[in-house]
Design a protein around this ligand. Structure first.
Ligand SMILES: Cc1cc2nc3c(=O)[nH]c(=O)nc-3n(C[C@H](O)[C@H](O)[C@H](O)COP(=O)(O)O)c2cc1C
Length: 219
């Protein structure tokens, strides 16, 4: 099922208009990315933490697996890194329209939805790949709960997000504000529907991103 709701489209385009595409910071790329890689031994110190929601969503219909989850699992397949899903105690609605309302309310009230699981050995990870969808031009509030629940001092964070046109929507700047003691790299924005409709394309994008950041695992 593919639905386009003019009112929501308008809202998204307003959000899009409000934020220009992020300029990649050339200084953050390793001098010789191809030569950098994570050793098999070090790979246990990298965590993929992501939020994602299954159900009815923008341009993809009613999906069994959320777009960001597909991207996160591709990264895990490519690298063998551990996966941690950020899940809320509260069950979110499967209906897209209902979800829009709930997300808007949570954002308006600056909520910190309670999380269901703990990333038990979080201190053992040096690098966090942080995945999330864009909700109303921002991260889901549960991602704020996650960022505020752990000590990120000294950790390196690589954000990646899925979206329906907003790109990263200024979320990397917000992550830097919430965890100022972490080294937060520029983010990777992926078109959400591509994860469902063209996972090979997304795999290629993620492989390039891992390589460019020296995050691929040595053979
Ligand atoms: C509540 C809600 C709000 C959304 N707001 C935006 C938005 O502001 N900009 C945008 O590009 N996409 C927006 N989307 C689309 C999602 O970012 C996109 O479908 C994403 O890939 C969903 O990832 P997930 O399946 O992992 O949850 C929104 C989706 C939902 C459910």
């Amino acid at each position: 099922m593919k639905r386009v709701k003019p009112a929501v489209l308008l809202t998204f385009s307003l959000l899009l208009g409000g934020c220009s595409a992020p300029a990649p910071a050339a200084s953050e790329a390793p001098a010789d990315p191809a030569s950098a890689a994570v050793s098999e031994e070090e790979s246990g110190r990298v965590l993929i933490a992501y939020f994602s929601r299954a159900g009815e969503n923008w341009e993809v219909g009613n999906v069994a697996k959320g777009n960001t989850q597909i991207a996160a699992e591709i990264i895990a397949e490519e690298t063998g890194y551990d996966l941690f899903r950020i899940r809320t105690v509260r069950e979110y609605p499967l209906s897209y329209d209902e979800m829009l309302k709930v997300a808007e309310e949570e954002q308006k009230n600056n909520e910190r939805p309670a999380l269901r699981d703990e990333a038990g050995n979080f201190a053992d990870y040096d690098i966090i790949l942080l995945g999330y969808p864009i909700w109303w031009g921002d991260m889901p509030m549960a991602v704020y709960t996650f960022l505020e629940s752990y000590d990120f001092a000294g950790k390196t964070v690589y954000p990646f997000n899925t979206h329906a046109g907003s790109g990263e929507a200024g979320t990397v700047r917000k992550i830097r504000e919430v965890i100022p003691d972490a080294d937060v790299h520029d983010g990777l924005a992926i078109t959400g529907k591509d994860t469902q409709n063209d996972p090979d394309k997304v795999r290629g994008i993620l492989q390039d991103w891992l390589r460019e950041n020296g995050l691929q695992v040595e053979e």
